[in-house]
Design a protein around this ligand. Sequence first.
Ligand code: PLP
Length: 712
Amino acid sequence: MTNQIPSRIAGLQELASNLSWSWNREARALFASIDDRLWLATRHNPVTFLKRVSPERLQACADTPAFRAQYDEAMHWVRTESQSDNTWFARTYPELTQSKIAYFCAEFGLHSSVPIYSGGLGVLAGDHCKTASDLGVPLVGIGLLYRNGYFDQRINVDGWQENMDDTFDLASTPITPIVNADGTDLTVSVTVAGHEVLVRAWRLMVGRVPLLLLDADLPANRPEDRELLSRLYAGGVDLRLRQEWLLGVGGVRILRALEMEPDVWHANEGHASFMFIERLRELREKGVAMAEAVTTIRRASVFTTHTPVPAGHDVFQRSAVETVLPPVWKELGIDADAFANFGFHPHYGKDQFHMTACAVRFASKVTGVAKLHGEVSRELLHPMWPNRAVNQVPVGHVTNGVHLATWMANPIMSTLDNHLGKDWGFTLDNPDTWNRIMKVPDADLWTAHQHLKDVLVDRIIEKARRSFARGHKEATQIVGAGTLLDRNSLMIGFARRFATYKRADLLFHDPERLRKILTNPNAPVQLVFAGKAHPADVPGKTVLQRVYQFTRDPRFEGRVAFIEDYDMHIAHLLVQGVDMWMNLPRPPLEASGTSGMKAALNGVPQLSTVDGWWAEGYDGTNGWSVTAPKTSDEDAAAANNVYELLEREVVPRYYDRELRESVPTRWVATMKHSIRQAGRYFTAARMVQQYTNEYYAPAIIGGDFPDDPPTA
Ligand SMILES: *Cc1c(COP(=O)(O)O)cnc(C)c1O
């Protein structure tokens, strides 16, 4: 039950009902100022916070003039600015403000209280929506409501990852059902494996952007169908196929039921490719000829591919597709072979339906997520256009970016407020804004950073204490959970999915050399790891186990830690609180990577192999690049280079100061270069503007487009 909120501050409820509070500093500070312990205990979830906060406390706040002033300011943003027409999009494209862009993705990472994401793809989609809201880009998101979330990670004594359900209570989120005028649920029906499944949608407001989340957990559905959308990436390929069919077809039908006529359709990754099939069916139903229907769809469609790793591209057996899908080919007026051709990829043959191949047939605008990834994708997709040269394959790129207001910590923002002028947040596209960072006094930036590092260490210790108290852990595991970490030693963060190509264990290639680096009494170094392995990825879990075992190895003196249950909350603490970020993917398999951008925005420089965004991001001043010749043992060469960089560059620079308390000015210079480079080029504002200018707006305006369907 919700508390009675004093009427003077009743807008708190409204504030909590739109996720925009999560990137609005005034709103966050407002909740924290009501009861900061409870704000922390509810993991920054204003919906649960308002249910649990004491009525006396709310009344006291309502009676305090300073609080009321703070409240009015936060409400001003929600009620006035969020409604304003004066947005970047409206100023740039005044004639297009009535248009609509549908953005389909299988996961969205917006806040840790809504666990419907697994990692990078979801967080990127979340940042895309938040930024579209900031810029006034008329986007509507379509995704799936996984009621059982992704999973909670527990590591057992042997270092093996165990998965627990991460069920969340919808009533603790601002997610609301979409209903018809008569109050009944708005539903659409989708045929799956020979029978009808009812799908309804929920709405989550992300600032100005509505996100529609599909759900099949309805009493009218068969029990097994009610479970279809309950878990993210947890079932086998067959469940995945059903989920993707529901996303594509259900998503289009829900939009139609809401009378939305999107002008642009963006499939963010191949999971959403069935959306194209449903639109084709609609056009064919209206009697549009096949070739013309395909052209119409291509003209209005954007497809982003996110990884060169084959496991990231869904491929379904043709027989499975023909079992799960109804015979749509009949409705399309073609035979089953012609339908199978939509998913034909020359490397996979006639019996496989390749979702990426399907997407490139129906989207004229295909993009990778970084410059290097664009090149790699042209090579990978070359078989689809065998008559073209590789560099002529019609695939471009928009380098990823991260949502600044979500990822940059308050103390860093306050430092910028103090030295860049209060309005720096409104002049982000001006390079001068970011050049001015070099003038910020070293001590101020350093103090803000040290504060964030304190917060990180406090939270790590508290988390370890809680799991010890709940009896989940043995004492040595508590050391491995980071209880011996120290605030004055260089702390390196490594947090990402435990896919083998990310090489989380690369640093342990030569444990003795690493031990010397970590335990040097004059310049100790600590490593903090976090990340989940995909539940079905045994090699990934094995890498995790290997890393975990080092956390308990006394030779490393408690200087290697593993933080369980990586999610957006832990990600925030880490990218804001460690001293350096490390990223060691095997090139060219990291399409972009975004955690390093988040770290850089907080003045946390990166040491990385030259892959993904770092191939564009490294400018010689903002971190370190690992190089490894392609020898027979590329891993050994890369590990060796990492050790060298740590020994010769990183550690000496960090400890180069008079006294332990002094500001390490050479290090702070690297921090500033990190912020400058990330702010100029790697924010989601730059990314969404580029999508809009190069893809969305041209698709709406029409005219010529590179209509060059695959020839294979
Ligand atoms: C940013 C983020 C990621 C993606 O990080 P990469 O650098 O792309 O590996 C994954 N998970 C969470 C929770 C994140 O916040």
